[in-house]
Design a protein around this ligand. Structure first.
Ligand code: ZN
Length: 372
C-alpha cells in the first residue's frame, strides 16, 4: 500500500490538516489528526475524485465532494511517480462541466466586480436609458417579435381590453394601403375603452383605443398616429422603456449576456405598456418618423399636427385640455416646422380614393356603435 503525505482541507475548516494518504484500489483513505487531536480517517471513492484544474499553491490538487469541496494538496514531488501509476487504469478524471466562476476563482470574481463597477458608473453617468438601450442591442429581431407577441397577449387579456374586431380589420386594411415600410410587419388592434390612448408593443403590435379613433376627423390623423407608433417600434422605444422599468434584471442580463430571464420578467411587466411615457426626444423621433413616412407615401404630413391636437401623451388619459400640456404644444410646433421642410410624394387618385373609402367605413362603424 502506497502512502503519500498531503495537506487535507476537510471542507469545513480553512486550515489544512497534515495527512497521510493511503492509495487503495477503489478508495483513497486520508488519515489526519482532527480538532480534538484524535486520529481520524476519511475515505474518498476514487471514481468520484477529481483532479482539480487549479490550485492556489500550484501544487497537485485532488478534489472531492460537492461544494464546499474537500481538497488534497500533495506536498511531495513524488505525486507523479506515486499517485499516477497507482491509478493508471482509472486516473482521477479532470473536472468536467464547471461554472466559469468556479474555474477561474478569484479572477472571475475580480472581473465581475470590475464589470459591476463599470456598469454602476455608466448608469450613474449616462442614466438608466443608456443601460436599457445597451441591453436592447442584445435582443435579436426574431426574439423581439416573439417577445412582442407574448407581451401583446399578456396586455390585451391581462388588462381585459375588449377587441373591436370590425374596426381592427378596417384599420389594418387602411395601414396596409398606406404601406409604410418597417422592420416588422405591423398588426393593429382596436380595443373598446373610454380612455383616449394608443401604444406600441415591441416587435410590431399597435393597440389603439376606440375613444382616440372617435376623436379623429380626418384619415391623415389615423395615418399619422399609426406612423408615429410604428416609429416607436422601429426605434425600439417601447422595448427600451420597458427594459428600463426592470432595470435590475436588465443589468444582470447585460452582465451575463443572457436575455432569456429578462424576457420572462418583461412579460410579467406587460401592463406597463399601456402607460409608458417616453422622453421628449423619443416622442420627437417618432413624430419625425411619422412626418417623413406620410410625405413619402403621398399623404399630407400635416396629419401629424392634426393627430397631436387630439392625442394626449401616450398612457395619460385626456383629462385636461391639450393646450395646457406644454410637451404637446412643443411637439406640435416642432411637427409644423418639419411639415414645412418635407417633400410630399405625389400619389395616384386611386390610392387616395382607397384610403378615403376605408376611412369612411371606419367612421361608419363609429356611428353604428353606442358611445360610453
Ligand atoms: Zn409617442
Amino acid at each position: 500500500m502506497s502512502v503519500v503525505q498531503a495537506a487535507y482541507f476537510d471542507g469545513t475548516l480553512p486550515q489544512a490538516h497534515p495527512a497521510e494518504v493511503y492509495l487503495d484500489t477503489d478508495v483513497i483513505r486520508i488519515t489526519y489528526p482532527n480538532a480534538e487531536g484524535f486520529s481520524q480517517t476519511d475515505a474518498w471513492l476514487v471514481q468520484k475524485t477529481r483532479l482539480a484544474d487549479w490550485s492556489p499553491t500550484g501544487k497537485t490538487r485532488l478534489q472531492y465532494g460537492s461544494f464546499p469541496h474537500q481538497y488534497l494538496d500533495f506536498e511531495t514531488v513524488d505525486y507523479q511517480s506515486v499517485v499516477q501509476p497507482r491509478y493508471a487504469g482509472q486516473p482521477p478524471t479532470r473536472v468536467g462541466k464547471r461554472l466559469w466562476i468556479q474555474e477561474k476563482g478569484f479572477q472571475a470574481i475580480l472581473v465581475i466586480v470590475l464589470l459591476l463597477i463599470g456598469l454602476g458608473w455608466s448608469v450613474y453617468r449616462y442614466g438608466l436609458s443608456a443601460l436599457a438601450s445597451q441591453v436592447v442591442e442584445l435582443i435579436p429581431p426574431a426574439q423581439e417579435q416573439a417577445l412582442g407577441n407574448a407581451l401583446y397577449k399578456q396586455v390585451v387579456t391581462g388588462e381585459r381590453l375588449p377587441i373591436d374586431s370590425a374596426r381592427t380589420r378596417l384599420v389594418n386594411a387602411y395601414w396596409q394601403a398606406v404601406a409604410v415600410p418597417a422592420r416588422f410587419p405591423i398588426t393593429i388592434t382596436v380595443v373598446k375603452h373610454k380612455e383616449v390612448n394608443a401604444f406600441a408593443i415591441p416587435g410590431g403590435h399597435i393597440v389603439v383605443y376606440d375613444s382616440l379613433l372617435n376623436r379623429m376627423t380626418r384619415h391623415e390623423q389615423l395615418a399619422a398616429l399609426l406612423a408615429h407608433e410604428t416609429g416607436h417600434i422601429e426605434y425600439r422605444h417601447s422595448l427600451q422603456q420597458l427594459t428600463q422599468t426592470v432595470a435590475s434584471y436588465a443589468m444582470l442580463s447585460l452582465l451575463f449576456g443572457d436575455v432569456t430571464g429578462l424576457m420572462a420578467v418583461l412579460v410579467d411587466n406587460a401592463h406597463y405598456l399601456t402607460s409608458l411615457s417616453y422622453s421628449r426626444d423619443k416622442e420627437d423621433q417618432a413624430d419625425a418618423f411619422a412626418v417623413e413616412a406620410l410625405a413619402r407615401q403621398g399623404i399630407n404630413p400635416q396629419g401629424v399636427v392634426w393627430m397631436l391636437e387630439v392625442l394626449p401623451q401616450e398612457g395619460a388619459s385626456l383629462t385636461s385640455a391639450l393646450s395646457t400640456h406644454p410637451e404637446t404644444a412643443g411637439r406640435i410646433a416642432a411637427a409644423r416646422e418639419r411639415v414645412q421642410k418635407v417633400t410630399i410624394e405625389v400619389t395616384g387618385a386611386e390610392d387616395t380614393r382607397q384610403l378615403n373609402s376605408l376611412w369612411q367605413r371606419i367612421t361608419d362603424q363609429r356611428r353604428a356603435l353606442s358611445s360610453y
